[in-house]
Design a protein around this ligand. Structure first.
Ligand SMILES: Nc1ncnc2c1ncn2[C@@H]1O[C@H](COP(=O)(O)OP(=O)(O)O)[C@@H](O)[C@H]1O
Ligand SMILES: C=C(OP(=O)(O)O)C(=O)O
Ligand SMILES: [K+]
Ligand SMILES: [Mg+2]
Length: 492
């Protein structure tokens, strides 16, 4: 029981101001209400005394929003013990309350992880949210994944939430005629075309989903595939066919996004008229509402308007629904209208993949820092996504640089980290998740002990969250803590 002596720590102080993000996953999957899935940890005197000690001993720690909300959501004090979901139970046993993870982990589900046992392995490994990306797969495929996650929750006591991510109407490639990927070599000529190709398709041809593509591009333009992971130069236009020479070789993946640059600037007029939510996206959203997903993430958000529209739509379609809308920050427009978008949304995602094609790569870290900080200030959960552990798609060990990147996102106090290809189609999904988990726990411990994480301004009680009583109580408790402990900063 020595572990339990560390239960409830400063960073776990009830300072959360975030009712929606992780809590929903647990209330929606009320593990604690299901007799066959109840997990109960008996409260020993030391544990209960620590629970009691929390209010007087704990020092608020800035953002423990998700962590505290997560713990509260995952815990329910019963007559004989605390009931928790299976993931929290495992973490409590392993780490004690003191270092139970606050950073939530999201896994994109794809061919590598869609089986029941694979999903279970991810849940055991700490997956809090399963993300399905509507760019890929059929609705039936996604429905099967949702059913499996629900079954895991019902039968095995997990509390994994579902996030549906829209395709968006940005320009992207079609599939690769069934191939999982296609390798491009330096100097090769590839044809990008709006024509439909028969089977077998001609070599080195790629479909483009946007009819105006050939008219919009100019010879000399630079074509970035998948956020710039592969690059081409447009060399010739022949009717609907655009011939391109590969300048930065790499792997083409199905449905990869395409971005055009001309004379050093992003070409955005071409698709400025395309709606953020396409007609296909609306059908997917109807599907998500019918399936009762927990989060809908909207790709390439440009303004708050689309978020407000979607929220009204959800409210009208799904009365009493608590589906949260996450704005994906992955375009120049989203950065221009950052604050209004975040205010309108239930949370944001720093979608670094496409963002890295829209702004110079070296500006992505500062954009991430800005978005995360703003979300912290506005009390909105924020996800850091894309390429966190990209090398683990192929290798079982991350690079040091990847570990440093994950650490930095945790230190910035992102609420959640997301795996994309690493879990969807990589060779080591469980290992990648384990890295996110161990790095999160380690960095959280470090900041707790060294008090070295990102400083944060507290919102004024009562102005931003007039309707959120629990948040106000917690903020007030934090302020009392501050005055009681004088020198202890609220934002240490
Ligand atoms: N439902 C799916 N079916 C097949 N492949 C998928 C699925 N979801 C993701 N993938 C694969 O995982 C890769 C990374 O996922 P993600 O980052 O979500 O997609 P993208 O980069 O296309 O937006 C995709 O390029 C695709 O190869
Ligand atoms: C998360 C992202 O979006 P998607 O994977 O849907 O392209 C991204 O671009 O970083
Ligand atoms: K998407
Ligand atoms: Mg994207």
């Amino acid at each position: 029981m020595s572990q339990s002596l560390q239960f409830i720590t400063p960073s776990r102080a009830p300072y959360f101001t975030l009712p929606k993000f992780p809590r929903r996953s647990c209330t929606r999957f009320p593990v604690i209400n299901l007799p066959n899935t109840k997990r109960s940890i008996t409260i020993t005197p030391s544990l209960s005394s620590f629970l009691h000690a929390t209010s007087s001993r704990s020092l608020p720690s800035g953002n423990s929003q998700t962590g505290a909300a997560g713990v509260v959501s995952a815990l329910s004090v019963g007559a004989t013990g605390i009931e928790v979901d299976a993931v929290t139970e495992a973490e409590l046993k392993e780490n004690g309350f003191r270092s139970t993870r606050r950073t939530k982990l999201i896994c994109t589900i794809g061919p590598a992880t869609c089986g029941f046992e694979q999903l279970e392995a991810l849940a055991v490994g700490g997956m809090n949210v399963a993300r399905i990306n509507m760019c890929h797969g059929s609705r039936e495929w996604h429905q099967t994944v949702i059913e499996r996650v629900r079954r895991l929750n019902d039968e095995k006591g997990f509390a994994v939430a579902i996030m549906m991510d829209t395709e968006g109407s940005e320009i992207h490639m079609g599939d690769l005629g069934g191939a999982a990927s296609a390798k491009t070599e330096d100097g090769e000529i590839w044809t990008f075309s709006v024509r439909a190709f028969g089977t077998p398709r001609p070599e080195r041809t790629i479909n483009v989903n946007y009819d105006g593509f050939a008219e919009d591009v100019k010879v000399g333009d630079e074509l970035l595939v998948d956020g710039g992971m592969v690059r081409f130069e447009v060399t010739e236009k022949i009717g609907p066919d655009v011939k391109c020479r590969c300048t930065d070789p790499g792997l083409l993946l199905p449905q990869a996004n395409l971005t055009l640059w001309r004379n050093g600037s992003l070409v955005s007029e071409r698709n400025a008229m395309l709606p953020t939510i396409s007609s296909k996206d609306w059908l997917d959203i109807d599907f998500g509402i019918a399936e009762g997903v927990d989060f809908i993430a909207i790709s390439f958000v440009k303004s708050a308007e689309v978020i407000n529209h979607l929220k009204s739509y959800i409210a009208a379609r799904a009365c009493g629904s608590e589906i949260a809308v996450i704005a994906k920050m992955e375009s120049v427009d989203s950065l221009k209208n950052l604050e209004e978008i975040i205010q309108a949304s239930d949370g944001a995602m720093v979608a670094r993949g496409d963002l890295g094609a829209q702004i110079p790569l070296e500006q992505v870290p500062s954009a991430q820092q800005k978005i995360v900080q703003l979300c912290r200030q506005l009390n909105k959960p924020v996800i850091v996504a894309s390429q966190l552990l990209e090398s683990m798609i192929e290798y079982p060990t991350p690079t040091r640089a990847e570990v440093a990147d994950v650490s930095e996102a945790v230190r910035q106090r992102a609420d959640a980290l997301m795996l994309s290809g690493e879990s969807a189609m990589g060779q080591y999904p469980e290992k990648a998740l384990a890295v996110l988990r161990s790095v999160s726990v380690r960095i959280e411990k470090w900041w707790r002990e060294e008090k070295c994480h990102e400083a944060m301004e507290l919102p004024d009680v009562g102005t931003l969250f007039a309707d959120s009583i629990s948040e106000e109580i917690c903020n007030s408790a934090a302020k009392i803590g501050k005055s009681a402990f004088g020198s202890v900063s609220l934002s240490h």
